[in-house]
Design a protein around this ligand. Structure first.
Ligand SMILES: *Cc1c(COP(=O)(O)O)cnc(C)c1O
Length: 394
């Protein structure tokens, strides 16, 4: 994918793994660029020399800079960002804080992620709330008219997945948020698959909270994630510690005024420094350039795959992004994945249980998921498409 704005040679030099194989799994766990790896390894060495506290104190500026960078990425204030160890943790930290009582309702979409759905079902059962699914429209996006009809004053939260884990669909966000707010409901955006590949502006999107992970499109380390919480939102975390709150008297404490009230004290400092390096790397490339390059690569792959007899591209939506989902007639998606792996092409399989409602509605058990990032070359994509053609033709 020749994106005018991205120096492909440089980003490939910074990504040794992408020269050894065709790597198409940035929606699963991407290849971190060298600065990320170096930041982490250097910090681990430093911790072993001087101890974790001293090592962290030496990097205090970079650690506070991480929030500034994440805030820049989503157009928020640093004070509205909480650092977490996964997107699931970030999502749950907000969800568990949303007041929910018997008779209340939570709305989810057909592309809801399993981890979120399970948490919603568990809590709804415990408190006697109900969970309703907003149907998709003919293009596979959330049906805004249906949402409008389903919203009432009992809806406490609308859980919206920006880009589902199993395909290239991009859901509308602003429209959902504005409808939800008319009825007093909060909107929690799962941006796990959009942050790092799409430009995002939380103020423009009007969401109350947003969760994301480090290891996917951001190319950060595993075990990292973050939560954005709208700064003027009065919401108390379900769990506190001595970092999210201060013990001020024998029987009282004061909760932190910013989003750090959603953080615990202990953290993997090396991973945070790695995430900071990843976000700064992305900001330096330019999020808009990255979005353009990712979309161009995925569009090309979709078009090429559609031309192969026996291959069905399964992506929903009119507006699409960097995730390409497909099936091959006569082959289980895991067989396709393994046959590609044998040719040094890395893709993953998205199983029905990850997005149960959508996959069941479409009668799909699994899809092959290819997620080319901006560091993939045209030759990489040729190799991939050629390999699929070979597999499908057997
Ligand atoms: C991967 C994914 C998650 C979970 O992210 P973790 O960092 O593994 O917790 C949540 N939502 C979507 C849509 C995902 O694809």
């Amino acid at each position: 994918m020749t994106a005018p704005g991205i120096d492909l040679e440089r980003v490939r030099r910074d990504t040794p793994g992408c020269r050894e194989r065709v790597f198409l799994d940035s929606a699963g766990s991407s290849l971190p660029p060298t600065p990320v790896l170096e930041a982490m390894v250097a910090h681990l060495h430093r911790e072993a020399r001087v101890g974790g506290y001293v090592a962290a104190a030496e990097r205090a500026d970079d650690l506070s800079g991480l929030k500034v960078s994440l805030a820049r990425l989503v157009a928020a204030d640093a004070a509205s960002i909480a650092l977490c160890d996964s997107a699931t943790r970030a999502w749950n930290d907000f969800f568990q804080a949303v007041p929910l009582a018997a008779g209340d309702r939570v709305l989810v979409t057909e592309v809801e992620y399993a981890g979120n759905a399970i948490a919603v079902l568990q809590r709804a059962r415990a408190v006697g709330a109900s969970v309703d699914v907003v149907p998709s429209d003919d293009h596979g996006r959330i049906d805004l008219d249906a949402l409008d009809r389903m919203l009432d004053e009992r809806v406490r939260l609308v859980s919206l997945v920006h880009v589902p884990t199993n395909g290239g669909l991009v859901n509308p966000v602003r429209e959902v948020a504005d409808l939800a707010h008319e009825h007093g409901a909060l909107v929690l955006l799962d941006a796990c698959q959009s942050v790092g590949q799409l430009a995002l502006d939380v103020v423009e999107l009007h969401v109350d909270a947003l969760s994301a992970t480090g290891r996917k499109w951001l190319r950060g380390p595993r075990g990292t994630g973050f939560l954005y919480v709208r700064p003027d939102l009065q919401i108390e975390p379900a769990e506190l510690d001595l970092h999210s709150a201060e013990w001020t008297a024998p029987d009282s404490y004061r909760i932190a005024g910013d989003a750090s009230r959603f953080e615990f004290w202990e953290a993997d400092v090396a991973a945070r420094l790695g995430l900071g390096a990843a976000v700064d790397y992305l900001l330096e490339l330019g999020v808009d350039e990255v979005e353009r390059a990712v979309r161009a690569g995925a569009d090309r792959v979709r078009a090429d795959l559609s031309d192969i007899p026996g291959v069905s591209v399964r992506d929903l939506g009119e507006q699409r992004c960097g995730i390409v989902s497909f099936t091959v007639d006569g082959f289980d998606p895991t067989e396709v994945r393994d046959a590609l792996a044998a040719r040094d092409v890395v893709v993953t399989v998205s199983a029905r249980t990850s997005t149960l409602l959508d996959m069941s509605a479409r009668g799909l058990d699994a899809v092959v998921r290819a997620s080319p990032h901006y560091f993939c070359s045209d030759e990489d994509l040729d190799v991939f498409v050629g390999a699929v053609r070979e597999i499908a033709g057997r």
